[in-house]
Design a protein around this ligand. Sequence first.
Ligand code: ZN
Length: 240
Amino acid sequence: MSDDQFQRLLSVQDHDTRIDQLRHRFETLPERAALAASQRARQQIDDRREAVQVRRLELQRNLKRNEDELAVLEDRIKRENDRLYSGEVTGTRELLTLQEEVDGLRNRRSDMENNALELMEAIEEIDAEVEALAAGSVAAEAEVAGSREQLAESETVVQAEIDQENAARSTEAADIPETALASYEDLRNRMGGVAVARLRNGTCEGCHLGLSAMELDRIRHAPADEVCYCEECGRILVRT
Ligand SMILES: [Zn+2]
């Protein structure tokens, strides 16, 4: 490989490092967290809406049952009352008993009417909450849409930078022999990103270890186009 190709390999690595950073930035955009937060907020409202609807149905059922029982009671009061004034019952004791029974039934009716009122009030309160939640849901949905839009905008910006880096990398890589590039790719995967390092003052800038005098001598005398590797870490060395 020529000096120029070695320099290009270093440049490819710079672009790859930058691309990795940009990809990381893409994945960890604050707008992504903001979107997740707005989605959670919407979910909470939806969950609450569901719970409130279930509660409303339950209250509605109780009210219906209460009304049915009230109708039956009403009937019974009317029948007993009719009997009371029909003249069929004449004995003082019987009349008294019947009157007491009617009074008891009326008390029960009054309790049930109060109960019905309480249920209706509770339903009204729930309806108000349903309305507020519906408005909250619309707002939360708008929030999610806004967050999604902002995320898309930021993604576009970062993606454009990634595309630019990729294009620049391709240009640099085009002139590098395929075997050297393959070796670089393989090393880069294994070495956590840095596959090619400068050899400066007898030290590999990849692992920061000094090479042995014998190895340095061997590298010094190797043909300039030979790809040399660090004896300590195995990275491709660029002689300076
Ligand atoms: Zn090294």
